[in-house]
Design a protein around this ligand. Structure first.
Ligand SMILES: Cc1cc2nc3c(=O)[nH]c(=O)nc-3n(C[C@H](O)[C@H](O)[C@H](O)COP(=O)(O)O)c2cc1C
Length: 158
């Protein structure tokens, strides 16, 4: 299946998983760049949480790839309060009419993945072919590779 992986990462964890998935699938990818400053331990963190919980949109740097040209769009986001990031919300809202199929992944501290996926699926108006929830602990203990392989197998069997 001709796939495009689209992701947002504030601190690099989701980017690390995005790279592993896109390398394994040998697919193209697009990193979303949020123009809103989201750095800083206290203010940055609080603003991120507030914007995600209020289901805020943001302004993204212009994207390069046309999602209409792909059979599958794989969407990756950090979990912010069991919500998607404003960057992914904005991308989906702007492009979802061009999606044929979706698969979803998130990275997180440890809770809220299923709720997050439910919200993304609802916004996409599509049931995902597969989902992948990866915690930072799983990455630390090297348990993420097996999960990524199952995710890819599930995608490839469609
Ligand atoms: C504002 C904010 C809210 C978060 N909320 C959750 C949460 O509800 N559940 C969880 O497991 N992790 C939560 N996390 C942790 C992130 O999902 C986790 O660190 C993620 O891997 C970060 O991805 P990144 O390095 O690609 O930015 C939150 C992090 C931030 C900044």
């Amino acid at each position: 299946m001709n796939s495009l992986l689209v992701f947002y990462s504030r601190k690099g964890t989701t980017k690390k998983i995005a790279e592993l998935v896109s390398n394994s699938l040998n697919c193209e990818y697009e990193e979303l760049i949020d123009t809103k400053k989201r750095t800083g331990f206290i203010i940055g963190f609080l603003k991120c949480g507030y914007d995600a919980m209020r289901e805020k949109m943001t302004k993204l740097h212009e994207t390069q790839k046309n999602p209409e040209l792909y059979d599958l769009i794989i969407l990756g986001t950090p979990n912010w309060g069991s919500r998607m990031t404003p960057a992914i919300r904005t991308y989906i809202s702007d492009n979802k009419t061009k999606f044929k199929n979706v698969a979803l992944f998130c990275t997180e501290g440890g809770r809220g993945g299923p709720e997050l996926f439910e919200q993304i699926a609802k916004l996409c108006e599509k049931e995902p072919l597969s989902t992948l929830e990866i915690t930072k602990k799983e990455i630390k203990n090297d348990n993420h590779i097996e999960k990524i392989n199952s995710f890819i197998q599930e995608i490839s069997s469609n």
